[in-house]
Design a protein around this ligand. Structure first.
Ligand code: NAD
Length: 298
């Protein structure tokens, strides 16, 4: 599985280390990014940098995109289907809205290119270490071709169903995460008011019905979980701005599918307030400061 010619479009914080891992796995990787700075960082990781999209995808049997949002993926896929041979595998690893994901699958299908939506969790650390989790939507044929490539950039590849299902899984998971982080933060703040120590609440809730990942792996107060960002000045981790992005995608999906998600909507509003106050670059668990009523104005 080391004989592929792969074009990697979008060499930012995530894309550059992911492309470097494919290179390390022995593939021929040609990357392209509109930003010269991003392209240079990828070159330093051993990726051959192309001067244009056309040059990057020439002769590729797989193309991977890692771009900011649905509109960028749409633009790039629309251009690249005119440049690649039918049968070229197209994989989008960006986090984008479900409707755009389905729309770009349709563009690929019309060009006879199998396609996958394969958003990730694990952040820049996971991208660098090659320990990402991929949530994958698309046909079985596309999955069977793409899963071995994804496995070379991650530790888990999870088939989620038809086109768009990877994005659906990602935003449903992150909606749970955003809501549960706020719930855990509220519980710690209530405990503080009641004179209950952080450790005592942790010792009870971490083994009782309040147990969840936001508490046991990512505890928003310093102390009980030494590796959590709360112990490191809320340095991300997972930035609040990215949590807000995912919560907004969940709200868009709820609107277009008719689902009712009042707590997801509230979480999106709270993260928007936190982001507007200038805290988008901090870890998302720092929202406990806003819940505590601390002045978080920028
Ligand atoms: P980034 O902004 O660092 O990188 C995106 C890159 O895409 C930029 O370098 C930009 O120049 C490039 N780009 C934009 N339009 C382009 C075009 N038309 N052609 C070529 N290149 C183009 O973002 P990132 O942090 O690498 O995130 C990428 C995706 O991964 C996003 O969808 C994000 O939500 C998702 N994601 C990020 C993280 C994280 O921790 N950073 C975690 C999980 C998922």
């Amino acid at each position: 599985m080391s004989d592929h010619t792969i074009a990697f479009i979008g060499l930012g914080n995530m894309g550059a280390p992911m492309a470097a891992n494919l290179r390390k796995a022995g593939h021929s990787v040609r990357g392209f990014d509109l930003s010269v700075h991003a392209a240079e960082a990828a070159r330093a990781g051993g990726v051959t940098v192309a001067g244009s999209l056309e040059e990057a995808v020439a002769g590729a049997d797989a193309v991977i995109t890692m771009l900011p949002a649905g509109k960028h993926v749409h633009t790039v896929w629309q251009a690249l289907v005119g440049l690649v041979a039918p049968g070229t595998l197209l994989i989008d690893c960006s986090t984008i809205d479900v409707d755009s994901a389905r729309a770009v699958h349709a563009i690929a299908e019309a060009a006879s290119c199998p396609s996958l939506d394969a958003p990730v969790s694990g952040g820049v650390g996971g991208a660098t270490a090659g320990t990402l989790t991929f949530m994958v939507g698309g046909t079985t044929e596309a999955y069977d071709r793409g899963a071995p490539l994804l496995a070379q950039m991650g530790k888990r590849v999870v088939p989620c169903g038809e086109a768009g299902s990877g994005q659906a899984a990602k935003i449903c998971n992150n909606m749970i995460l955003g809501v549960s982080m706020i719930a855990v933060a509220e519980a710690f703040v209530l405990a503080e008011k009641l004179g209950l120590s952080h450790q005592a609440l942790f010792d009870v809730a971490s083994t009782a019905s309040g147990q969840c990942w936001s508490l046991t792996s990512y505890c928003p107060v310093p102390g009980p979980v030494p590796a959590s960002p709360a112990n490191h000045g809320y340095k991300p981790g997972f930035a609040a701005a990215l949590m807000l992005k995912d919560l907004r995608l969940a709200q868009e999906a709820a609107l277009s599918s008719g689902a009712t998600t009042p707590l997801g909507a509230e979480a999106a509003q709270l993260y928007a307030l936190f982001d507007n106050a200038g805290h988008g670059g901090r870890d998302f668990s720092a929202i406990i400061e806003m819940v505590r009523g601390k002045d978080v104005a920028a």
